[in-house]
Design a protein around this ligand. Structure first.
Ligand code: MEV
Length: 311
């Protein structure tokens, strides 16, 4: 019997999370932590050898429903902590889409996987941008809605928003991730920002400002200007805090790493999850994160996107 194995990377956000939901620019990088799935046909839907209810797995349910095939047994192995802001569910969606398409002999070009996995995320979360799924598909670094920053990959539209997605070169930079250990699902945090934005002009201005900061951050990346990029990241953390998506644990990890960093901020949806520090002193940053009860994650970034193989 033929199994298909597919995997996709997690990600962190240099700048632009939450504002990207409204079509503002964002910059992300794939990390060397992958979500791997192995699928095998029938006789019933199973996860890791146990019969499972597909309704409890909306990403898998959505993608399975697109493919007229017998049920699959899914084996999952993830190195991305769930609810950590590191793109675990996007990596699952991209890997599962790739695996199902490979098994069913369908197109597996990156754009098709990016569209299908974003639709699965949107179905599961009820909201959001194609940032995480496009990063999981392309790997390396991507930018959204920043013209002339790299090779245009694809455009994705949803409701009244449109995102042009570019593959970008990320120069050699050292980032350290600090994980609070707090699991924080994305959907409710995105919804919290939406309510704030819809009821308060000030929140809409903050979202615009995150967009401006992100555009300037792309210019700093192009110049390899770590000092300016770090300042912009720290400022972005303040703007995200105003939107209500930071928390004490994230603020503590950001504060404790700043003396050894060009800049630091929460990454992903916030509410817990992870922060990142841009630094040339990764050992001191890691120790500082540990000293405040966080888990440092040293990552490398020249990472390949979704891929599959038959076994
Ligand atoms: C989550 O990694 C990023 C958010 O901007 C949500 C999204 O873009 O879908 C908070």
């Amino acid at each position: 019997m033929t199994d298909v194995v597919a995997s996709a990377p997690g990600k962190f956000v240099i700048l632009g999370e939450h504002a990207v939901v409204y079509g503002k620019p964002a910059i992300t990088v794939a990390i060397d932590r992958r979500f791997t799935v192995k699928i095998r046909k029938g006789p019933e839907f199973m996860i890791n050898n146990e019969p499972a209810d597909i309704n409890q797995n909306p990403h898998l349910k959505y993608i399975s429903s697109l493919h007229d095939s017998v049920p699959v047994s899914v084996f999952m192995d993830s190195r991305i902590p769930p609810g950590s802001g590191l793109g675990s569910s996007a990596a699952l969606s991209a890997a599962f889409s790739m695996a199902m398409r490979t098994m069913n002999g369908l197109k597996t070009d990156p754009e098709s996987i990016a569209r299908e996995s974003f639709d699965a995320e949107y179905y599961a979360q009820g909201r959001g941008s194609p940032m995480d799924t496009s990063t999981a598909v392309h790997g390396h670094g991507i930018a959204l809605n920043i013209p002339n920053c790299g090779e245009k990959l694809w455009t994705i539209d949803k409701n009244s928003n449109s995102w042009d997605i570019y593959g970008i070169d990320i120069p050699q930079m050292t980032f350290v991730i600090g994980y609070t250990g707090i699991r924080a699902p994305t959907g409710p945090l995105v919804e919290k920002v939406r309510k704030y934005k819809d009821s308060n002009k000030f929140a809409a201005d903050v979202i615009d400002e995150i967009g401006d900061v992100t555009l300037e951050g792309m210019e700093a990346i192009k110049r390899n200007d770590l000092v300016r990029l770090g300042e912009l990241m720290t400022h972005d953390h303040k703007l995200l805090s105003i939107l209500g998506v930071s928390c004490d644990e994230l603020n503590k990890l950001v504060d404790v790493t700043l003396p050894y960093s060009y800049g630091a901020k929460l990454t992903g949806s916030g509410g817990g999850g992870c922060m990142i520090s841009l630094t040339d002193r990764p050992d001191e940053v890691s120790k500082a994160i540990l000293s405040r009860g966080g888990v440092p994650i040293i990552i490398s970034t020249k990472v390949e996107g979704v891929r599959a193989s038959m076994t």
